[in-house]
Write a protein that binds this ligand. Structure first.
Ligand code: PMP
Length: 453
């Protein structure tokens, strides 16, 4: 009965990884998928952030456990080690009963088990939701203080966007969303399948490899009143081109005057500048004016928790009772979709966000990652210049965040892949590449062969 099903094309971004995995070359490099790596792990798995690794590593947990009660604020990190210890004790405790074929009597430590792996509510871990809203909107945000924000834990950034889209399709009268041209390849599909109709606004100027600010303003000015507008909070994917604060302010004024609804996508907070607060400035400007907005947050990149699928959708409302009703409707979107979100990643994030020492360690590592990305950009730019590679490569150092829009066309990308085993996305007008992967090895590639760009 399924014989008529036709072969679907590979996802343009994840398809790059499929091709990369098939390549037996020992020097292959994958610049397609947006994942931070260093040369230490350039061919292998992701670099886990050190402090996250410590939370996850059972030996660390065991070593740390005896001193937990004496270190204030670290209790949260211990729920993980409690679980680990619980497992050990449980095995020892069970053995005599099970070996005699008797029932095991109730054990006090079952409490840990239920706390650690029980179902979460539909809206996720309440503590995680609260901390996530604080992280992006700022602890002193009036919207938070006035309880005007409805936050639900979702399946990373993608899931947050999808839940937001389905909510808007059901409860917002204007179902058109304007997305930047270009944008992350999954955006149009997420919004279309979420029930919205997708249009684009001009964003990137291939001539300057910078922002087409005039085009952006013109397109938003001619959008119908009330339309939804997708905005990348920082480190725009795939161009690496962000508006300046002054430009953000002009965008805000225009959008508010036309009643356009901002839907922020924040997948890189802390990755652009290294400062969590600086990378949230665009969002905070919109929240400060008292108007509504949506926010899809991802912890995939900034906590290195890609596969844990941790994210949050926040809807900033005009009043606390609207926020309560909005949350009740978000539950109706989520329940038939996946019932409730996974607990593990959200517990890790909450443990880090609420503990002053862990939070500090996180920001230090985040800053080091952001700085490394900036220095990798500089190294690549210097290497291209030193080889006299034709073309102006200054966009590589001007662009922000993990991605650079190289300006290579699809034939040049195909050449890079065929000759040098460098894999990256290609859409004809340019290619997104992960700058962080420009480890030592990649700057030695002979880019002169690429010809004119
Ligand atoms: N938005 C943007 C702009 C992205 O680049 C990504 C990841 N590539 C996402 C959202 C979603 O990521 P995730 O679902 O892994 O959090």
């Amino acid at each position: 009965v399924f014989a008529h099903v036709v072969q679907a094309p590979e996802d343009p971004i994840l398809g790059v990884t499929v091709a990369y995995n098939k390549d037996p070359s020992p020097v292959k490099v994958n610049l397609g998928v947006g994942a931070y790596r260093t040369e230490a792990r350039s061919l292998g798995s992701l670099d886990e952030m050190d402090f996250v690794k410590r939370l996850i590593n059972p030996f660390f947990r065991l070593a740390f456990y005896p001193i937990c009660p004496f270190v204030t604020g670290r209790e949260a990190a211990c729920s993980e080690c409690e679980y680990f210890i619980y497992e050990g004790i449980r095995k020892v405790y069970y053995f005599p009963f099970l070996s005699r074929g008797e029932a095991v009597p109730d054990k006090p430590w079952d409490v840990f088990m239920s706390r650690v792996k029980e179902y979460l509510p539909i809206t996720g871990l309440a503590e995680f939701n609260k901390l996530s809203a604080k992280l992006i909107f700022g602890a002193d945000s009036p919207a938070i203080q006035e309880n005007r924000v409805a936050t639900v834990q979702c399946l990373s950034g993608t899931g947050s966007l999808r839940v937001g889209a389905e909510f808007l399709a059901r409860h917002y009268p204007q179902r058109t969303i304007y997305i930047p041209q270009p944008t992350w390849g999954n955006h149009p599909k997420v919004f279309t399948l979420g029930g919205l109709s997708v249009k684009t606004y001009r964003y990137y100027d291939p001539a300057t490899r910078g922002l087409n600010f005039q085009g952006l303003l013109e397109d938003l000015s001619s959008a119908p009143s009330g339309a939804i507008v997708l905005l990348h909070a920082c480190a725009h994917n795939p161009t690496g081109v962000d508006p300046t604060l002054d430009q953000w302010e002009q965008i805000r004024q225009l959008m508010r005057s036309k009643g356009l609804l901002p839907f922020f996508d924040s997948a890189y907070q802390g990755f652009a500048s290294g400062s969590l607060d600086a990378d949230a400035q665009s969002v905070r400007m919109f929240v400060a004016d008292g108007g509504e907005c949506l926010m899809a947050q991802s912890y995939a990149k900034n906590m290195g928790l890609y596969g844990e699928r941790v994210g949050a959708l926040s809807i900033v409302c005009r009043s606390a009772d609207v926020a309560v009703r909005v949350e009740s409707q978000l539950k109706l979107v989520i329940r038939p979709m996946y019932s409730n979100p996974p607990i593990h990643g959200a517990s890790i994030v909450a443990a880090i966000l609420k503990d002053r020492a862990l939070f500090h360690e996180w920001t230090v590592e985040l800053k080091a990652m952001a700085d490394r990305i900036i220095s990798m950009r500089q190294m690549l730019f210097d290497a291209l210049r030193a080889r006299g590679t034709p073309g102006d490569w200054s966009h590589i150092i001007k662009q922000i965040g993990m991605f650079t829009f190289t300006g290579l066309n699809s034939e040049q990308v195909a050449f890079m892949t065929k000759e040098y085993h460098i894999y990256m996305t290609s859409d004809g007008s340019g290619s997104g590449a992960v700058v962080a992967k420009y480890g030592e090895k990649s700057v030695y590639f002979d880019l002169e062969d690429l010809g004119n760009t």
